[in-house]
Ligand binder design. Structure first.
Ligand code: ZN
Length: 123
């Protein structure tokens, strides 16, 4: 498959859009993570980052949050590439909140005890 470019579209730097760059190293991604984890500093690889986020959040639904943040970054990237929508932290946060609320409403309440309170912190 041919792609016209492999440069990250979220930071407009000359960084190749790798998994680790797009979801953790990119300045845009860092800003997204700092929204839920103010001291976030990316580690060397995805496993280190996911573990650091787990340790910081200390909630049983940390993987759902991690997945939804990366999903929100991915949607922000795709909205720019395919729809011409300028990436913004506001839009990325809004996507995250919307998706998190969908998870909460579809979730078994016992597993996600504390999620509603966690969500309330971001309103
Ligand atoms: Zn970037």
């Amino acid at each position: 498959m041919y792609c016209p470019g492999y440069t990250c579209v979220l930071c407009h730097q000359a960084h190749m859009e790798t998994r680790d760059h797009l979801f953790f190293q990119c300045q845009f991604a860092r800003s997204c993570w700092r929204y839920i984890y103010p001291g976030f500093t990316p580690g060397d690889n995805v496993h280190v980052n996911i573990d650091a986020i787990k340790q910081k959040l200390k909630v049983p639904f940390h993987m759902e949050i991690t997945t939804l943040v990366t999903w929100s970054i991915w949607r922000t990237r795709n909205d720019f590439i395919f729809n011409g929508i300028t990436p913004s932290l506001y839009r990325c946060r809004r996507t995250f909140k919307e998706e998190l609320n969908l998870v909460f409403h579809g979730a078994k309440r016992k597993k996600y005890e504390g999620l509603q309170a966690w969500i309330e912190n971001f309103r």
